[in-house]
Design a binder for this molecule. Structure first.
Ligand code: TRP
Length: 336
């Protein structure tokens, strides 16, 4: 594959869940650095639509969210000619390797996944077995492509660890089949907190929509949400203890403008929170505008999306098939 044959480049792989529009927090924490990552590496990125069905949704919603997330990946700067950008369900090898790896994972180790414990409490009405084997399918996603690196947030570290353990166990039995993936440490992104409870992470699943800015929020919504952000009663813009709300807005402002904290303090000396919030809102709106416009442009061109997705799936499948063939041969499936 021309995409992965260049030895000096590393394979960076990630799949994203199509569970809703990402937030400003996702953007400033990770996506903003993707251009750089996509320049320096062979990126394989996908929409984790097989993982998505661990939570029940209407067929039309799943379809729409999957394609929206795909368009978002392209808008965020992944280049479908240079990188592989695809939908997981288009490459059936994911499910096949997932099954095989199920048989090389111990019930006990899967039971220790903290995300499973969390999710099964939160979705107590639908604790399906897919939720339990979710990390094993994720291991298959990674191992199919011999990924060198996987960009992971804190919540996914344990999943990367189990993928490594499964791979090492398999290799221990059959020889070197899988590459052990490492976490991708990109340029450090900022941790953006909720606008309403600045002790918590900004999250797209927050029931209070005022707590997060979605990447597709139009300017007037951005302005309203920033204006309504929780601050403190001191009315002085500086970074410090007990000022979680202001600290968070300063971090956001700093990420969008490139200004340091000292510069920001100087800029707003003698000014109130109203002026500061107006400036933050404008900076955020300017930062997100090109992304939103690009996203809408791509989403409006279904033919283009489908062409990219079909090509992405072909490229992904070619790699995935080779891995599965090798695995099946090692395990002892009769080959004809
Ligand atoms: N579990 C990941 C998340 O919730 C999504 C995911 C699925 C993934 N397969 C992956 C991430 C493979 C990295 C690599 O964010």
């Amino acid at each position: 594959m021309e995409n992965v044959s260049n030895d000096s480049k590393k394979v960076v792989l990630s799949l994203v869940q199509a569970s809703g529009t990402p937030t400003l927090g996702n953007y400033l924490g990770a996506f903003k650095n993707w251009h750089e990552m996509a320049e320096d590496n062979d990126c394989i990125f996908g929409v984790a639509d097989l993982h998505a069905i661990t939570v029940r949704s209407k067929p039309a919603d799943l379809r729409r969210r999957s394609i929206e997330m795909y368009a978002m990946l392209l808008a965020l700067g992944l280049n479908p000619d240079k990188n592989i950008v695809f939908l997981q369900s288009h490459v059936q090898e994911h499910a096949l390797l997932g099954w095989i790896l199920n048989c090389y994972t111990q019930f006990g180790e899967a039971s220790r996944m903290t995300q499973f414990k969390d999710k099964s409490t939160r979705h107590a009405d639908n604790v399906n077995v897919g939720l339990f084997t979710y990390p094993i399918l994720m291991a298959a996603d990674i191992l199919l492509y011999n990924a060198d690196m996987v960009p992971v947030g804190d919540d996914q570290k344990q999943h990367l660890e189990i993928a490594r353990n499964i791979a090492a166990r398999f290799n221990g039995i059959y020889g070197d089949v899988f590459k052990l993936p490492e976490p991708y440490i990109g340029r450090h992104g900022a941790k953006i907190l909720s606008l309403q409870e600045p002790e918590k992470k900004m999250s797209k699943s927050d029931p209070n929509v005022k707590a997060f800015i979605s990447l597709t929020d139009p300017t007037d919504v951005i302005v309203k949400k920033i204006k309504g952000a929780v601050t403190d009663s001191e009315a002085r813009v500086y970074y410090g203890e007990g000022k979680a709300g202001i600290n968070n807005l300063m971090t956001i402002y700093s990420c969008c403008t490139g200004k340091g904290m000292d510069d920001i303090e100087r800029e707003f000396e003698g000014k109130g929170y109203g002026d500061f919030k107006a400036a933050v809102a404008e900076a955020v709106a300017e930062e997100l505008r090109p992304l939103r416009e690009e996203y809408e442009r791509i989403l409006g061109d279904k033919a283009y999306i489908e062409k990219c997705a079909a090509e992405g799936a072909d490229k992904a499948r070619a790699i995935a098939r080779r891995t599965v063939r090798k695995v099946m041969k090692k395990v002892g499936f009769y080959q004809i």
